[in-house]
Design a binder for this molecule. Structure first.
Ligand code: ATP
Ligand code: MG
Length: 386
């Protein structure tokens, strides 16, 4: 969509009005498609590129149509989550990690937030589906039951006016209509025990404010795992907790994942958490994936200048530094993205080539890719990482 800012960061009332009218036109067409009823499943059936994947994001674009312009929060993201594995997604605040996961759940704030193009293939109980094409009605069968989510702040995700037991019961009952109230309660108590809550009968009757942060996070995990989902999305699951509790919660998540045989998409700022938990890493920057590979690939041979900066800005015991490294500059404005590499203006390794179009994906090994011209085949001989 075309926008014309008179001065940097300033848009006239008339222009804003025009944008908002145009946005309404675009989003209402998309909303109509989403709200269609009785859509035949063939319309959103799909096929995995790799049969071992549980999820494949394929060139996903999720935009927010705001009055000051279109925010390209997710701008061509592709990566896959293999069955039974944990994929860690890292990147600076605002780079689109949460919007990527919310797109997978179809929970992006509508109507301004919309999946504009691309595919999100998910291996559901009824075969592979493309969530990007799925109407809301069909998505309800997947959300919660087959894909569940553990949020960052459990106090805001649990309802303060209902007892813990009732909230977990509700999740279980919603997808198991045949269970009696007694059986649902029994399952809830079992789940609370499974996540390591000792006084499960007592906690069943408590309100969220009566629990500690760690306990609330355990309840959230119990709710997320109650229906043995195929995929768990954990968005900063331990950021609000102190480090000892963090280690316990991560251990618990890892242990339970293996028990119910699911996969995890783990979103975090914390590279330590990724190193401990994940099998694969996806590094995002300004709505795009800039590097991906196994944990070993990315930690042993970080290749994108942003990943290198990210790893250097992490404190390490075996390295003496007077000041922690910080990446210079700031993230580009998501409304006016440049045509060239989004990291170029902050990059200490930029070359003349970097002013041309956005860099494609280059393979460094069978499992490791990076979007950076330093790895373009012609420059490979003198490239230490290649
Ligand atoms: N409802 C919304 N309306 C408009 N813009 C939004 C909305 N939600 C998110 N955005 C924008 O989308 C971009 C990506 O946001 P996102 O929440 O995915 O970041 P993140 O990587 O999860 O960051 P953090 O690490 O801080 O959680 C940001 O520029 C944000 O401002
Ligand atoms: Mg987030």
């Amino acid at each position: 969509m075309k926008r014309k800012a008179k001065n940097e960061g300033y848009i006239s009332a008339r222009e804003s009005h025009r944008i908002s009218r145009e946005n309404r036109r675009v989003t209402s067409a998309m909303e109509r498609a989403r709200e269609r009823r009785n859509v035949p499943p063939q319309e959103y059936a799909s096929q995995m590129k790799n049969p071992d994947s549980i999820v494949e994001f394929d060139d996903l674009h999720t935009y927010f149509f705001t009055d000051i312009g279109t925010v390209k929060a997710v701008d061509g993201v592709s990566f896959s989550i293999p069955r039974g594995k944990t994929v860690g997604v890292v990147g600076e605040s605002g780079c689109g990690k949460s919007v990527t996961s919310l797109s997978l759940m179809q929970l992006v704030q509508r109507p301004q937030g919309q999946i504009v193009s691309g595919a999100i293939r998910f291996d559901s109980e009824d075969g592979v589906v493309d969530i990007a094409k799925m109407p809301t009605e069909a998505m309800r069968r997947i959300r919660g039951k087959q894909i569940s989510m553990v949020f960052q702040e459990p106090m805001t995700s649990l309802n303060p006016v209902f007892r813990i037991g009732m909230q977990v019961d509700e999740v279980i009952a919603l997808h198991n209509h045949a269970l009696s109230a007694e059986a649902v309660k029994q399952r809830t108590v079992e789940m609370l025990e499974m996540v390591g809550i000792a006084n499960s009968q007592g906690v069943y009757r408590m309100y969220p404010h009566e629990l500690s942060g760690g306990m609330r996070q355990r309840v959230m995990i119990a709710m997320a795992l109650a229906l043995s989902p195929r995929l768990i999305i954990a968005d900063e699951p331990t950021t609000a907790l102190d480090v000892t509790i963090q280690a316990q919660i991560l251990d618990l998540l890892r242990h339970l994942k293996d028990q119910i045989n699911s996969s995890i998409m783990l979103i975090t700022h914390d590279l330590g958490v990724i190193a401990e938990m994940a099998d694969y890493v996806v590094v995002m920057y300004s709505g795009r994936v800039v590097e991906k590979g196994t944990v070993h690939d990315v930690f042993k041979n970080p290749s994108h200048p942003y990943t290198i900066g990210l790893l250097n800005s992490k404190p390490a015991l075996n390295r003496e530094v007077s000041r922690l490294y910080s990446i210079p500059g700031k993230v580009p404005n998501p409304i006016n993205m440049p045509d060239y590499c989004y990291f170029r203006d902050r990059c200490e390794m930029k070359t003349d080539q970097c002013i041309c179009q956005y860099p494609p994906e280059y393979w460094i090994s069978d499992t490791h890719t990076v979007n950076c011209y330093r790895y373009a085949p012609a420059g490979r001989e003198d490239e230490p990482h290649a």
